[in-house]
Design a protein around this ligand. Sequence first.
Ligand code: UGA
Length: 469
Amino acid sequence: MRSANLPNESESILTSGAARPRLTFIGVGPLGGTYAACYAELGYEVLGYDVDAGRIEKFAAGEMPFYERGLDTLVRKNVDNGRLRFTADPAEVAAFGDVHFLCVGTPSRPNSDSADLSYMESAVTTLAPLLKRRCIVVGKSTVPVGTAAWVQQLIDKLSDTDVQVEVAWSPEFLQEANAVDDVLRPNRVVLAAQSDWASELLQAAHKGVFELAAMEDREVPLVITDFATAELVKVASNAFLSTKISFINAMADLCDVAGGDVTDLARAMGYDARIGHRFLRAGIGFGGGCLPKDLRALAARGRELGVGESLRFLSEIEDINLSRRTKVVRLAAELTGRENGPNGPELSGVNITVLGATFKPDTDDIRDSPALDIARRMRSEGATVTIYDPMGLDNARARYPELRYAHNLSEAVEGAELLCLLTEWEEFRHLDPAALGELVAQPRILDGRNALDPQLWKNAGWTYRGMGR
Ligand code: UGA
């Protein structure tokens, strides 16, 4: 993350002093919380709101209810200088804001692929009747196409007829662990509004991002479009990223049988600027709170709108992704000399250490973590699985108390017959195979993220297995 030009004193990152709209962020989870702090840093007066009183209390005290790199400093600084405040009172939100950003979660509905819009609905139905002056309500959450129009209908029904409240849309593209930089320095801004007045206000609410870019001699592309496109940009982008990952994972399977190396393949492919290197890392597949559920929700929305056939490939993308997890369990059986019979792999009594619990490094987020799913699958095949992660242990323990967790790396690996590196934390990339060889029962490693140097491990006497190399 770049931290250039972030002043330490109470000053904003920008000094223009021009009049700015007052912003509220409704839902201060990883999305809204990061936006609120970053926009305060950009000089806006910001009010964060959440139905979760614990979250509000923590933020208001300058503490973090979740981990995001670099966010704590921004929260503390802007709470101290008074530009960033938090409240659990929706009436205060309504009275304060010129621009209200909807940042609530849109998880999958229980037993369904579709997005659950109940948090969105409850945020809008709470806010709308309280709005007493002209303002805009801007969607930032990831939603099915058609949601913005539905939010406008809800607001029209619930707000005072003499108060003009317009809906606008501006999707976010932040990546956990890089979220602060992604908000302050986005690679594009997408805006959709229905009137010139709303469009101007929406642009004023994002002006700080463009001013910062100008100050740093960068350009931020601006796309002004309609509601449907603005909603689709986000889900289409996430589906495309998922497709890249599943594509290279399918190639990894091909490399396995043909004797190729998928890391070299991806490197060589990526030099074609039309393809690019990013999101071509083969391994155990994608997880997290976004890509998997957005992929399913897009396919579901496509079916609802009658274009399910055109989007059928999305289910293949998901199938490839999930098959990575079963593949790792099969490989674990193969590496430990166990059966991979017709009833699946058999791992009873095998001591396996899983390195990594979070869905990716530098976060404590374990939502839809491939690492934990694989750990659970190996356990259900009879293995004794011990998990270690630098940051995700508390969340993992709370979610899956039935799994075994180690306090530190050496405790985790002691007596292991197989190590599975499933989240590529920096700490794991630099493991010393010779020192580790002294602690394990058998020097075997399954590198689920292709994060290690195979030769180094083999030279130290280890049986090394990567994914497609
Ligand atoms: C993702 C998108 O990258 C963001 O642009 C988007 O804004 C966000 O979802 C969202 O919808 O809010 P995030 O969930 O933070 O961001 O995680 P990513 O960095 O995209 O990683 C997702 C998963 O893909 C991880 O499990 C990661 O290990 C895996 N991955 C990523 C691979 O397996 N291979 C790769 O080459 C890249």
